[in-house]
Design a protein around this ligand. Structure first.
Ligand SMILES: [Zn+2]
Ligand SMILES: [Zn+2]
Length: 115
């Protein structure tokens, strides 16, 4: 039997020192203050996703208000994909004019409520 040689993926990028560089939200492109940092699973944990990305709390809530876990896992599993959705674009245009630490309760979209 041939033993499978598992090649370790060697990340060539140096690790950014996360303490000095503020995280930037991949959805709205604004820096994220520590108080508003939320880790989002690009593929939901329930679907076996492991990679997380930091988003603003309000951006994160918006993502989950708009999409089901299945939609996130299948269609919207990158920040780029999320940004292309018209409802997200509306949200981003709105939130961009808010302070970086702005947060308010996000309402569920009507679409998800009725399903
Ligand atoms: Zn999330
Ligand atoms: Zn954001």
């Amino acid at each position: 039997m041939l033993g499978k040689i598992r090649q370790k993926m060697i990340a060539s990028q140096p690790l950014p020192s996360s303490k000095e560089r503020p995280a930037v939200c991949p959805l709205c492109d604004r820096p994220i203050p520590d108080s508003q940092k939320d880790a989002h699973h690009l593929i939901p944990k329930s679907k076996g996703g492991k990679r997380t990305e930091f988003l603003h709390r309000i951006c994160h809530k918006q993502v989950h208000a708009l999409f089901t876990e299945t939609e996130l896992a299948v269609e919207f599993n990158t920040a780029e994909a999320l940004r292309t959705h018209p409802e997200m674009q509306k949200f981003i245009a709105w939130v961009k004019n808010k302070p970086n630490d702005f947060y308010e309760k996000t309402r569920k979209s009507i679409r998800l409520k009725s399903s």
